[in-house]
Design a protein around this ligand. Structure first.
Ligand SMILES: Cc1ncc(COP(=O)(O)O)c(C=O)c1O
Length: 278
């Protein structure tokens, strides 16, 4: 689709990557990290310094305190985190609820794990869910709900009432939530509400973020997943054999950047003013 969009000069809604440069200070840190010898495997769960920086980032933006050691895993992009979580949680015949249109990775990962997708259609103009339709899909086989807000491709941002409706529907059931929040710092107008801010949902959720999206470096493929310790143990069993770890100098650069300039993340949402994209 990207090749076709380039050929036809069309607006490309298939792959989300910016066409403006990342922060030059971050690029310099990556270059230095390579030249100063940070080129071997990192720990399987991610560089401790980067996990500490993620703790601070999550506290700064969502007021949630997570454990660097037990709840954060750095992955090769959000894609790997999503795959790891699905592979860890889904077994033959488990049902997974998706909201259509859904990011293209979810269904193949569920199918590969032996699961079955159930779908709720998001409709214009706001592309927020019909929670009655959602509740009617839940069965004793439902194991996981995958949500994505801010949403690719519609850009819709769910609000606190949506997360509360989701929680009310699943609270008494044995269901987990995979919350794909890779566009957490990219919104046009109203921002989304994060699962990190919902007391109930956050105990049941695996929340996925992408430094590639947030810092406009999609080619770096550094992401992370935050989940309760008992779920983190399971997804790390998959992560260990899918990638083991992601590029060490890039982790090093991101960690140094976040720790040295904690307020740099406050400006990420303002990128639309500078964007040549729209
Ligand atoms: C909704 C959504 N989730 C996950 C990803 C993958 O992110 P990453 O490049 O960090 O693997 C993308 C990339 O386009 C996306 O749009």
């Amino acid at each position: 689709m990207s090749a076709l969009a380039a050929e036809k000069g069309a607006i490309n809604l298939s792959q989300g990557f910016p066409d403006f440069p990342p922060d030059a200070r971050l690029l310099a840190r990556a270059s230095t990290a390579i030249l100063t010898g940070n080129n071997q495997y990192s720990p399987m769960t991610g560089l401790p310094m980067l996990r500490d920086a993620i703790v601070q980032l999550v506290e700064r933006h969502y007021g949630r305190i997570v454990s660097s050691q037990d709840e954060i895993t750095v992955t090769s992009g959000a894609s790997e985190a999503i795959f790891d979580a699905i592979a860890a949680l889904i077994r033959d015949g488990d049902e997974v609820v998706l909201f259509d249109p859904a990011y293209d990775l979810y269904e193949p990962a569920v199918t590969l794990a032996g699961g079955v997708c159930k779908r709720v259609t998001l409709t214009a103009p706001d592309f927020r869910p019909d929670w009655q339709a959602f509740a009617s899909l839940l069965t004793d086989q439902t194991r996981l709900v995958i949500i994505n807000t801010p949403h690719n491709p519609t850009g819709s941002c769910w609000q606190a009432a949506d997360l509360e409706s989701l929680w009310q529907a699943i609270a008494s059931r044995d269901i987990y939530v995979l919350s794909d929040e890779v566009y957490e710092f990219i919104h046009f107008g109203e921002s989304a509400v994060s699962v990190h801010k919902h007391a109930g949902l956050s105990t049941r959720s695996l929340v996925v973020s992408s430094f590639g999206k947030s810092f406009h470096l999609t080619g770096w493929k550094v992401g992370y997943i935050i989940a309760p310790a008992e779920l983190t143990v399971e997804l790390r069993k998959v992560h260990q054999f899918v990638s083991f770890c992601t590029a060490t100098p890039l982790q090093q650069a991101l960690a140094e950047h976040l720790l040295a300039l904690p307020d740099a993340s406050d400006e990420l949402g303002g990128f639309t003013n500078k964007s040549a994209m729209y």
